[in-house]
Design a protein around this ligand. Structure first.
Ligand SMILES: Cc1ncc(COP(=O)(O)O)c(C=O)c1O
Length: 433
């Protein structure tokens, strides 16, 4: 382990991890079997258009989610749009501001108007109070997000939507394989949408799916996924091309096959992280809400900068330089991204204090099969060291950049923070005399 702040990679030392660790690193547990299946598809004469592997994949998703219908798509963004169009939504759609921008952009792209509600500080998903206080006659749907795989307050949201005549759709992109009180995520809304992007718990390289128990809705989604074609030749709607191809379906099937193994491994990693974070003042690991079973894909840590002695962004920069590619999902909140921030009166009707605070204080650490227990223990030692040296780090930071924020060595820093070639060590030593 390093012995002084000078040895941190962000100030010119050697990175602790020669092999970088990433959040959501896709791992193929049985690559040879997958290649054999790809080979079969390539020789089968059917690469897409409702092929046999797509049907197998959709059946597997229905089994995991305990739903009647799955409509697999090329990604979740298109799936969100197809579900919204199939439900004939118009006007305003309420959603949390603390989510990935795709939740909002998907709606804006098809002419719906995202309006942002706040979340709670303990689970990052619960927002019925915030929703209720900003409902107007223009609402057509509530679109909550099971963020990090934490299940929303589904009973309260259902009651609220039924009483106001609103449709309830979940962005369940993070929550495949998660449960609440023994009920799998998938059937809590009129429809739910999963992402099978390469960084997700189950992946199909790129992919998504709508699940629902509503037979007519499922039928409409199927038509809209394939240009609005009904039967062989009739066109009944303005559809899109949201189809998932056979190779993605094969990848998704392989990923589903190893789910239980990965849930166990992620839970073990979580325990190891919990022990390490516990020993670092200013860091706390976000707990899994009571009653939830998590897929463990996201390890979310809250940074209290007054205790740690460094901001979340400084910590992310330091970790990245060491080869730990921590993420700061989802910063900024959607309401601070274009086009929403330029039309703030249309999109924001209630204060968003929790979103504001979370957007600058949470980070995600790498987990999953590409990370070992030894890696996590090393990260733990690094985090403790960073906390111990925080005062030196702060001084060196200011000397090197003249400001706080992202460090010049961090590829994720905003473009306006320059000074890439700065030799920090020299300038600090020179100043010290
Ligand atoms: C909460 C959330 N919603 C939607 C999406 C969009 O998913 P996709 O990349 O499959 O379109 C993501 C992707 O990261 C996400 O995290």
């Amino acid at each position: 382990m390093k012995t002084s702040a000078f040895e941190l990679a962000v100030f010119g030392g050697s990175p602790l991890f020669a092999r970088p660790l990433h959040v959501g690193q896709p791992v193929l547990l049985n690559p040879q079997e997958m290649l054999t299946d790809f080979d079969r598809v390539l020789h089968s004469g059917q690469l897409t258009n409702n092929g046999p592997r797509l049907k197998d994949f959709e059946a597997a998703v229905c089994r995991v989610t305990a739903t009647r219908h799955c409509i697999a798509t090329c990604n979740a963004t298109i799936a969100l749009q197809i579900a919204a169009r199939a439900l004939k939504l118009t006007g305003e759609v309420i959603m949390p501001a603390f989510t990935f921008i795709a939740t909002a952009h998907a709606m804006e792209w098809i002419g719906l108007e995202p309006v942002f509600a706040d979340v709670d500080a303990h689970t990052h998903t619960r927002f019925p109070d915030s929703v209720a206080s900003c409902i107007t006659s223009g609402w057509s749907a509530v679109w909550p997000v099971h963020l990090w795989g934490h299940v929303c307050r589904t009973d309260e949201l259902r009651t609220l939507c039924v009483s106001r005549g609103l449709r309830l759709l979940y962005d369940s992109s993070h929550a495949f394989g998660c449960q609440h009180n023994g009920i799998p995520v998938g059937s809590f809304g009129d429809a739910e949408v999963f992402s099978f992007h390469a960084t997700k718990f189950v992946h199909a390289f790129e992919g998504g799916a709508i699940v629902t128990n509503d037979d007519q809705l499922a039928e409409r989604c199927r038509r809209l996924r394939a240009f609005g074609i009904c039967g062989l030749t009739e066109i009944s709607d303005v559809g899109t091309n949201g189809k998932m191809h056979e190779l993605s379906a094969v990848a998704g099937l392989h990923s589903i096959a190893t789910m239980s193994q990965r849930i166990v491994a992620n839970a073990e990693h979580r325990q190891t992280y919990a022990g390490q974070c516990h020993e670092v003042p200013g860091l706390s690991l976000l707990s899994i809400p009571d009653g939830d079973v998590s897929n463990g894909q996201y390890l979310v840590v809250e940074v209290d900068e007054t205790v740690l002695g460094l901001t979340r962004d400084q910590l992310v920069s330091i970790l990245r330089a060491e080869g730990v590619f921590a993420r700061s999902y989802f910063s900024p909140g959607c309401h601070r991204a274009e086009p929403y921030r330029s039309a703030v009166f249309r999109h924001v009707r209630v204060p968003l204090p929790v979103t504001e605070s979370l957007a600058s204080s949470v980070l995600q650490l790498p987990t999953g099969p590409s990370v070992s227990t030894a890696d996590i223990l090393t990260m733990g030692r690094l985090l403790k060291f960073i906390h111990r040296c925080s005062s030196d780090i702060r001084q060196m930071w200011v000397a090197s950049e003249g400001r706080q924020g992202f460090h010049a060595a961090d590829p994720a820093r905003p473009a306006d923070i320059g000074l890439r070639d700065l030799n920090v060590r020299d300038s600090v030593l020179k100043e010290a005399g």
